[in-house]
Design a protein around this ligand. Structure first.
Ligand SMILES: [Zn+2]
Length: 380
């Protein structure tokens, strides 16, 4: 499935994980054949080592501080829940520590049935309030359609940006000071730089829509984070602090799935972020066909370096197709029909040149300016 390396690049694969030149044509191997992603993973692991030392006690102390600070508020924290492994397990963990959580789910119109049931099962068993925000369908549809025509790699940006913005908006509305994030090194430590794109970039989203959209919507109904809110609002005026509890524990995806299945009747849906049908199409069809990149290679590499599976197991797993050709064809038809894209247009999308974020207006310069300014302030 489209995993042939770029013809102009000599094929290389890491000896420790399975990152290769299809994941990143600029993959760098050291003298032992170990890639730059493994080295980056190791340094992130070192940086976070102090969190795992006596991690449970640290978490207990941290949550006790949060509970005390928020004792007069309605909630201690918020959590964006997708129905996937990490966010579902995180809600379970929060309950173990007695946190009062507002679970927020954003429905972009692509939820798999399993994802919806998972969210309901976990929230109702734990007795947590669940706020479901349904995105304005004509808006998300036109934005996602524009992204398909943009030639950019990260087709999840329109969904992800709105997820982030909506959860933050709820934090502001309910005066919630803490936000729990399911980010963790074990399942997300390795991700190719070659095709990455920041989901925070509102300027970029607007420009993609201007250049590739049909102009049918105004984006007024799209919940977003402006540059102002991104750099100042959520840091100084109504600060929301993000906490990553899974970095404090020995998080194992396998064990998390087992616990969720046993305690909540939760179901696994087959792949990283496949709780959204669009994300599944983006990762299984769009990326391999247009970019020759199988994102699950990155995910499997994270699990190998994190010790959850061996390299041999990883190599075997990547060879097993996640779906039959027929299933992928049906899934593609479903997505294209829903987004109003004809077969002819789809073929032109696939054959058009690939683009990078620099082909559109973006916040990268502004971002670098703020990072430099922050460093200067810290130094002073
Ligand atoms: Zn590697």
């Amino acid at each position: 499935m489209g995993s042939t390396p770029n013809k102009t690049t000599e094929y290389k694969i890491c000896k420790r994980c399975i990152m290769d030149t299809t994941s990143d044509p600029n993959l760098i191997l050291d003298e032992n054949g170990v890639c730059n992603y493994c080295h980056e993973y190791d340094s992130m692991y070192e940086e976070r080592k102090h969190l795992r030392e006596n991690g449970e006690q640290q978490l207990r102390d941290l949550f006790a501080k949060i509970k005390n600070e928020c004792r007069n508020d309605e909630y201690d924290c918020a959590l964006g829940i997708s129905g996937g492994v990490d966010s579902s397990y995180l809600l379970h963990l929060a309950y173990q520590y007695g946190l009062r959580v507002l679970a927020v789910h954003v429905d972009a119109g692509w939820n798999s049935e399993i994802a919806v049931q998972n969210i309901e099962k976990v929230c109702s068993k734990l007795g947590y309030d669940l706020q479901t925000i349904v995105m304005d369908w004509p808006t998300i549809k036109e934005l996602q359609r524009a992204y398909l025509f943009s030639g950019l790699a990260n087709q999840d940006v329109p969904q992800d940006h709105c997820f982030i913005a909506s959860v933050r908006q709820y934090c502001k509305k309910y005066r919630i000071k803490y936000l729990l994030s399911g980010w963790n090194l074990a399942t997300e430590g390795i991700l190719s730089h070659a095709f990455q794109q920041n989901a925070h970039d509102w300027i970029n989203i607007k420009d993609v829509y201007k250049k590739c959209g049909r102009g049918r919507i105004s984006l007024k109904k799209y919940t977003h984070i402006s540059v102002w809110n991104h750099y100042f609002g959520y840091r100084f005026f109504y600060p929301v602090k993000e906490i990553m509890p899974l970095c404090y524990i020995d998080y194992s995806k396998k064990d998390a799935i087992k616990l969720l299945e046993e305690e909540y009747g939760w179901k696994y849906y087959g792949g990283k972020h496949y709780e959204s049908r669009f994300t599944r199409f983006f990762q299984e069809v769009y990326l391999p066909k247009k970019y020759g990149w199988e994102k699950r290679r990155d995910h499997i590499s994270s699990l190998i370096v994190g010790g959850e599976m061996t390299r041999e197991e990883g190599l075997k797993e990547i060879e097993i197709p996640t779906a039959t050709e027929q299933q992928l064809r049906e899934e593609t038809e479903y997505i294209l029909k829903k987004l109003d894209v004809t077969e002819e247009e789809w073929n032109s999308i696939l054959s058009a040149p690939n683009k990078t974020v620099n082909d559109y207006k973006n916040e990268i310069g502004l971002d670098e300016f703020f990072v430099k300014a922050k460093k200067m302030i810290i130094r002073k």
